[in-house]
Ligand binder design. Structure first.
Ligand code: NAD
Length: 322
């Protein structure tokens, strides 16, 4: 097995991916822009490097001697971040562009790109009881402003590097990934982590009241990290070349998400709905017919099961919150 590169290795998904690659005997170069003491997980047997993939020279060096690239590096966060930092989100285009160029020059064999359900056309996501999104729903293009445009452009960049230079690019459109060892405070956290944090704080303080963004009737599907890792591995090794959904098809409202976390925490909270807070699209779900027909598999870990370990990890780390 040749050496693999994971960018964004200090982040949530990258940290879990490095851990699983090391556990399966891979030789891993792990790169993130953050200082090592801010990485969620550090594997000592990986080659851990602090480097900025927006920089052409650094990204060129990152691919030296690499057989497979997993590009998970991105300046991103939940709705609270991406609605208010569109330029920062779009600058991540430099990361994927530089890495594809570097991969081409270093004759990398396979290249995985982590795209997002934010590429989907907004007009198909206007109702809570949304029809699940199939891959073709990304066009005609009307993605999430900023972040979604960057992802859609980068997907096409992967496609053209594959067509023109023969790099085996593989692209997954992640739908809301959650689990332990990820961001749960500070402004970049996503709904599952934010709800777990709020309920854990309510439990610890005895003040059983939380703020919920929007009326709570907006819907999403949430994929547990273990399913995400299984899917990445299949897609990377498989022969399916177009962008493919990697998400759960268990559609829930944010109010239902709160109920599940309440039951895990063993408390009931009063919900104060902030109707002016960022909410993103009204409804979004993953149509899994392509992944099922191509791989005979789809993410299946239930939200209840995944939230149990996520809530516990956040509860155990809640003292980090100011
Ligand atoms: P994350 O923010 O936890 O991890 C991303 C990491 O990239 C961070 O540690 C960050 O420091 C690093 N990074 C940012 N800019 C960099 C740069 N210039 N050079 C090197 N490293 C840099 O996010 P995540 O949840 O682990 O997401 C990983 C990937 O999956 C991202 O591309 C994200 O857009 C995509 N994605 C995630 C989700 C999700 O629900 N978590 C959904 C859709 C897509």
């Amino acid at each position: 097995m040749g050496k693999v590169l994971v960018t964004g290795a200090g982040g949530f998904i990258g940290g879990h991916l490095v851990k699983s690659l090391i556990a399966t005997g891979h030789n891993v170069r792990a790169i993130d822009i953050k200082p090592l003491n801010e990485w969620f997980q550090v594997e000592n047997s990986a080659e851990n490097l602090i480097s900025d993939m927006r920089d052409t020279h650094s990204s060129a060096k990152s691919c030296d001697g690499i057989e497979t690239v997993y590009n998970l590096a991105s300046d991103m966060g939940g709705m609270g971040f991406i609605e208010n930092h569109k330029a920062e989100c779009m600058v991540s285009v430099l990361i994927n562009t530089n890495l594809l160029e570097a991969a081409r020059k270093s004759k990398v064999e396979r290249y995985f790109y982590s795209s997002s359900a934010c590429v989907y056309n907004g007009t198909k996501q206007q109702y809570s009881n949304v029809t699940a999104l199939k891959e073709s729903d990304a066009y005609p293009a009307d993605p999430e402003d900023g972040y979604g445009w960057e992802k859609l452009f980068s997907e096409r960049m992967c496609r053209h590097f594959r067509e023109d230079y023969g790099i085996h690019t593989r692209i997954a459109r992640f739908h809301n990934v959650y689990g332990p060892n990820g961001t749960f405070y500070g402004g970049r956290e996503k709904a599952p982590a934010a709800i777990c944090r709020k309920i854990a704080l309510a439990k610890k303080s005895g003040h059983h009241e939380i703020e919920v963004w929007g009326d709570g009737e907006q819907t999403r599907s949430f994929m547990y990290i273990d399913d995400c890792l299984t899917g990445i591995d299949m897609i990377l090794k498989g022969e399916y070349i177009d962008p493919i959904n990697l998400g759960s098809s268990e559609l829930v409202s944010v109010n239902r998400l709160v109920e599940i976390v309440e039951s895990i925490a063993g408390i009931k909270v009063k919900r104060n709905h902030d109707l002016t807070a960022p909410q993103g699209v009204r409804g979004r779900n993953s149509d899994n017919s392509t992944i099922l027909s191509e791989f005979g598999w789809e993410p299946s870990i239930s939200l209840q099961t995944g939230l149990e370990s996520t809530y516990k990890w956040i509860y155990d780390h809640i003292d980090e919150v100011d």
